[in-house]
Design a protein around this ligand. Structure first.
Ligand code: UDP
Ligand code: MG
Length: 156
C-alpha cells in the first residue's frame, strides 16, 4: 500500500456556492493529509494544458469559460492510495450518475459544473501536482499534535 499525493481542484461552482469548506472537510475527515493549498485563477493557457485531452470537444469552449470564470482552490492531499481514494470520493464525471455519499453525488446535478477535479492516475497526479505547485509550496508534515499536547500539558 503506497502513500500517494494527488491533485484536487475545487472548481468555480464550488467557490460560488460556498462549498469549499464542506468539500475540504470531507477530505480531512477521510484521513487525507493536506500537503498543499492555494487559491488561484486559471487562464486559458493553463486550462488548455490541464485539459489537453479535451481540447477540440464541442463542450470545450464552455468548459474554459466555466473554469476561468471565478477563482479556484487547488489542493494536494496525501494518503494511502490517495489517487484512487479521491477519485472514488468524487464519483463519475456526470454527477447525475454519481452515488449519494460521493462529492459529486451529494453536491451536483451537472456534467460540467461538477464541483471537483481529481487526478485520474498516479502518473497524471505527478504531472498535475507539478503543474499547480512549486516544490516549496508542498509541505510533508507529521501528525505530532498528540505527542506535543501530552508533553505540554504535563508541565504545571
Ligand atoms: N466535461 C464537460 N462535458 C463533458 C465531459 C466533461 O463539461 O461531456 C467537463 C467536466 O467539468 C469534467 C471536465 O470536463 O469534470 C474534465 O473531463 P474528464 O473527462 O477529464 O472528467 P473528470 O476526470 O473530471 O471526471
Ligand atoms: Mg479527468
Amino acid at each position: 500500500m503506497a502513500v500517494e499525493q494527488t491533485l484536487i481542484l475545487l472548481k468555480p461552482d464550488t467557490l460560488q456556492r460556498g462549498l469549499i469548506g464542506p468539500v475540504i472537510a470531507r477530505l480531512e475527515a477521510r484521513g487525507l493529509q493536506m500537503v498543499g493549498l492555494k487559491m488561484l485563477k486559471l487562464d486559458k493557457a493553463k486550462c488548455d494544458e490541464h485539459y489537453a485531452h479535451l481540447v477540440g470537444k464541442s463542450f470545450y469552449p464552455g468548459l474554459v469559460s466555466f473554469m476561468t470564470s471565478s477563482p479556484i482552490v487547488a489542493l494536494v492531499v496525501s494518503g494511502p492510495e490517495a489517487v484512487k481514494v479521491v477519485r472514488d470520493m468524487c464519483g463519475p464525471t456526470n454527477a447525475r450518475n454519481a452515488m449519494p455519499g460521493t462529492i459529486r453525488g451529494d453536491y451536483s446535478l451537472s456534467t460540467q459544473y461538477n464541483v471537483i477535479h481529481a487526478s485520474d492516475s498516479l502518473e497524471t497526479a505527478q504531472k498535475e501536482v507539478a503543474r499547480f505547485f512549486k516544490k516549496d509550496e508542498l509541505f510533508v508534515w507529521e501528525r505530532t499534535l498528540d505527542k506535543l499536547t501530552a508533553a505540554a500539558d504535563e508541565k504545571k
